[in-house]
Ligand binder design. Structure first.
Ligand code: GTP
Ligand code: MG
Length: 206
C-alpha cells in the first residue's frame, strides 16, 4: 500500500463534514509544528502531498489521504485512510481559530468509531508536554489505541536517541490505551519509516 501513489480526498473543517464512517482511519496528532504533515509525506514517499510549513498552524482541517486507485463506491473502498490533523498547543493564528481547531481534534479523537490508531507525535528536542498529556488522557478515557512517535531525531545526537526512547516509554507505560513501544523517526533523514509503516499495517489488520 505504501508503495503506490496516495491522494488527498477531503479536508474537514468541522465534525459535521466528516465522511461517513468507512475504512479504518489512522490519525496523526501532536503539537503544532511537530512534523505531522512531513511524516505523512515521508511515509507515502510524496513530498508535496500534505502541506508543511515552518510556521506553526499550517494544517487547519482534518485532511484525509488514501491510496489511489479505489473508486470509493460500495465494494471498492480504499483499505485505509491517513488523517493529518491540525496541531494543538500553539499556532500563529487568532485564539478563536486555534480553539476551534483544538476542539475539532479532541472531538474527532474521542468520537470516531473507525479510528483504529492514533500516532501522537512528540518532538525529540522537546519531549512530552502538558497538552500531550491531556491528549493521552482523552485517548485513554475513550479507549482509542495510540502510539508515540518521536520526530526530528536528526536534530538530536544519535547517542541520545535510545535514552530518549526509554525515558518516553517510562512516561506512558502505565497508560491503558498507549502502545508500549515508542518509535523514533526523522522525515528529513528517512529514519524509522519502515517500522512505522509496519505498525500501521498491523493496526489496520486488527
Ligand atoms: P502544523 O500543521 O502546523 O501543526 O505542523 P506539522 O506538525 O504538520 O509540521 P510540519 O510537517 O509542517 O513541519 C514543521 C516544520 O518542521 C517544517 O519546517 C518541517 O520542514 C520541519 N520538519 C518536519 N519533520 C522534520 C524532520 O524529521 N527533521 C527536521 N530537521 N525537520 C523536520
Ligand atoms: Mg501539518
Amino acid at each position: 500500500l505504501f508503495g503506490r501513489p496516495w491522494i488527498f480526498i477531503r479536508g474537514v473543517p468541522a465534525m459535521k463534514f466528516l465522511p461517513p464512517e468507512g475504512p479504518p482511519e489512522i490519525a496523526f496528532a501532536g503539537r503544532s509544528n511537530v512534523g505531522k504533515s512531513s511524516l505523512i509525506n515521508a511515509l507515502v514517499g510524496h513530498k508535496g502531498l500534505a502541506r508543511t510549513s515552518n510556521t506553526p498552524g499550517r494544517t487547519q482541517e482534518l485532511n484525509y489521504f488514501v491510496p489511489d486507485g479505489f473508486s470509493g463506491a460500495e465494494g471498492d473502498l480504499p483499505p485505509m485512510a491517513l488523517v493529518d490533523m491540525p496541531g494543538y498547543g500553539y499556532a500563529q493564528a487568532p485564539k478563536e481559530q486555534v480553539d476551534a481547531w483544538t476542539k475539532l481534534v479532541f472531538d474527532y479523537l474521542r468520537g470516531r468509531s473507525t479510528l483504529k490508531r492514533v500516532y501522537v507525535l512528540i518532538d525529540s528536542r522537546h519531549g512530552i508536554k502538558k497538552n500531550d498529556e491531556e491528549v493521552f488522557a482523552l485517548l485513554d478515557k475513550a479507549a482509542v489505541s495510540y502510539q508515540i512517535v518521536l520526530t526530528k531525531t536528526d536534530k538530536i545526537k544519535d547517542a541520545g536517541v535510545p535514552r530518549l526512547i526509554e525515558e518516553t516509554r517510562l512516561k506512558i507505560v502505565k497508560r491503558p490505551a498507549a502502545y508500549p513501544e515508542v518509535l523514533a523517526t526523522s522525515s528529513e533523514k528517512s529514519r524509522g519509516l519502515e517500522e512505522l509503516r509496519g505498525a500501521i499495517l498491523t493496526a489496520i489488520a486488527r
